[in-house]
Write a protein that binds this ligand. Structure first.
Ligand code: AGP
Length: 603
């Protein structure tokens, strides 16, 4: 939710800033803006719309300078207008700031500032920040003291980058929103996320909450909440910058769907030996004290959690999944034997972080299952297990879902062995199937008829996805992906639930995608007949061997036959393609669907 970036060098910054902003657009695309020190003052350019619109306005050298900050916005306070676009300034334009997060007490601060004569030009919560700093500079504080004292007034979540006219530095801080320094050869960088500057440097320093960083062209200094100098490790990011580019595909989403075989190979690499699971930081016995598992997550990650719950329950472990945004307010019981797993691609989803904090404070053991190594979830949980899917830029999560579920299979195996002392039934076959999953996904991608089927069956009155067991999790995920990028109505149901209400919606204009894993096939076949009787066309997404289903359905999207616990991962790839091609046909903004952002860092 909002991307902030900065480039601090001796030469021109504009080009790098625009590259970084484009790389951060997945975090928000309601407006874009930059501010640079250009030798005569701070030049600000900002506008409603995407970075490309800002770029079109920036043709003269006046807009360039050695030190600059930038912002791409996902609106919270105030509509997406030019005036509400960041950066924001104080009354005299001397202090310029960009912000990600929400300042909860902004109204009180704003009233106080206005009473003291400050004039505001936007509806945003952010604008209080430069005014507060300006006031302190006027009172004689030095720049760092003014910044530190001003942020002491803020309640809420924030990552902030700030320029002061004539001061060759960027001042930055974070509290609950991510911020990372990029240590370069010719310049230093700052951003909400590493892909922003990955093509300029792979050496990064993750800031902690309440850190204040003062970044100059050839140095950076970090102090903690008390003002004491702190040393944060410089880490090297192993992601290839090319992974964060489109690589010839029309959309990141399509590229990332096609990256799933590679992502899955990375996920399982070195983690399976025969019937043994080797999870780097989790040797046998790690979870011997665990008696109950709770998955906490949002959106696609929630569906991965549902899949994990289904696996663990099947294997005899007490497991439940909770929507993170509900959990902190309505917490489930935990104790020291409860393992709470935050499933989060970004590791920065505010709802998930809040829920994990709640669980930790009540004595649970927490584990982040995430794609982002330096993320807040990875750093604040007791442990972190990485899905190793590589960067995902498209707002719609695709390859990370597959890698999350594959990681959950491995984690599940470790949990079962630690808790019960024995491997799961069929573990050898399942782990062999997991090793073959990348090739099976390749087969789906090579052969899919999703483009044709999505054109033929796009529903005027809704698009339904049904499944049982782990296929129910995938039915929900298929529907989420479909509605997220096509803007058409879609719902995922447990197949047996249709007759308890949703069947009333079914007509000959509601295609039903029925996901079959081969288990409980007769029951799913009955559910398919129930919707066909009401005229609905049914598309089976199942192995060819699931003939009960494929023979009954009107169309099929086949997937390779594999272990029934993993079939639904393959079916999900077909559903990703269905959503993609339907959205493409409808000419939707596939990588940046309206009203959404990839990383949701507000509650
Ligand atoms: C799905 O396509 C979305 N991008 C969204 O539901 C996402 O999965 C959710 O916001 C959770 O994000 P996280 O995995 O980064 O925590």
């Amino acid at each position: 939710m909002c991307g902030i970036t900065a480039r601090i060098g001796d030469d021109e910054s504009l080009e790098d800033l625009l590259v970084s902003l484009k790389n951060l657009e997945y975090r928000g695309y309601d407006s874009a803006g930059i501010a640079v020190q250009n030798g005569t003052g701070i030049e600000i350019n900002k506008c409603e719309g995407e970075v490309s619109e800002l770029q079109a306005e920036l043709s003269t050298a006046d807009h360039d300078g050695p030190i600059g900050i930038g912002h791409t916005r996902w609106s919270t306070h105030g509509p997406p207008t030019d005036a509400n676009a960041h950066p924001h300034t104080g009354c005299r334009g001397r202090v310029v700031a960009v912000h990600n997060g929400i300042i909860e007490n902004y109204d009180v601060l704003r009233e106080g500032l206005q009473a003291r004569g400050h004039e505001f030009t936007s509806d945003t919560d952010t604008e209080v920040i430069p005014h507060l700093v300006e006031e302190r500079l006027d009172a004689g504080f030095d720049a760092e003291a003014a910044f530190r004292d001003a942020i002491g007034e803020l309640d809420g979540s924030y990552a902030i980058a700030m320029l002061i006219d004539g001061d060759p530095a960027v001042y930055a801080t974070r509290n609950g929103s991510p911020l990372v320094v990029g240590v370069g050869e010719d310049a230093n960088y700052l951003a909400s996320d590493v892909p922003a500057f990955l093509e300029f440097t792979d050496r990064v320093v993750y800031l902690e909450d309440d850190d204040v960083a003062v970044i100059t062209p050839d140095d950076y200094r970090i102090t903690d909440a008390t003002g004491s100098s702190v040393s944060r490790p410089v880490e090297t990011v192993e992601w290839d910058p090319e992974d964060a580019e489109k690589g010839g595909y029309d959309h990141y989403m399509l590229k990332e769907i096609h990256e799933q075989p590679v992502a899955l190979r990375q996920t399982i690499h070195g983690r399976i030996e025969g019937e043994d699971v080797i999870l780097e930081d989790f040797p046998p016995g790690t979870f011997a004290d665990v008696s109950r598992v709770q998955f906490i997550a949002c959106g696609t990650s929630y569906h991965a959690g549902m899949y994990g719950e289904w696996l663990l329950s099947k294997w005899g472990i007490d497991a439940n999944t909770f929507i993170a945004s509900e959990y902190a307010a309505f917490p489930a019981p935990v104790d020291e034997e409860t393992l709470v797993v935050g499933v989060t691609q970004s590791g920065e989803t505010a709802d998930t972080l809040e829920a994990l904090k709640n669980a930790r404070e009540r004595g649970a053991r927490t584990l982040a299952l995430t794609n982002a190594i330096g993320s807040t979830a990875a750093r604040t949980c007791d442990d972190a297990l990485f899905i190793r899917a590589g960067p995902e830029i498209g707002v719609a999560a695709t390859k990370t879902f597959s890698s999350q579920v594959a990681t959950l299979v491995l984690l599940g195996e470790r949990l079962v062995r630690d808790i019960t002392g024995d491997p799961t039934d069929e573990c050898r076959e399942r782990l062999k199937a997991l090793e073959s999953l990348p090739e099976h996904v390749e087969l789906v991608l090579d052969d899919s008829r999703a483009a044709t089927i999505s054109q033929r069956w796009l529903g005027d009155a809704g698009n339904f996805f049904i499944g049982r067991g782990n296929a129910y999790a995938v039915a929900r995920e298929g529907a989420l992906k479909f509605k997220e990028i096509t803007y058409e109505h879609a719902e995922g149901f447990a197949a047996g639930e249709l007759k308890h209400g949703p069947l009333a919606l079914v007509t000959d204009e509601t295609p039903v995608f029925a996901i079959g894993t081969g288990e409980h096939a007769k029951r799913l076949e009955s559910n398919v007949r129930e919707v066909q009787t009401r005229g609905a066309p049914v598309i089976a997404v199942a192995p060819r061997t699931a003939t009960d289903l494929t023979d009954t359905a009107d169309e099929s999207l086949p997937v390779p036959a594999t272990h029934p616990d993993l079939v639904a991962i393959l079916a999900n790839v077909q559903l990703q393609l269905i959503a993609y091609h339907a959205a493409d046909e409808l000419e939707r903004s596939i990588d940046k669907p309206r009203n959404l952002a990839k990383s949701v860092t507000v509650e």
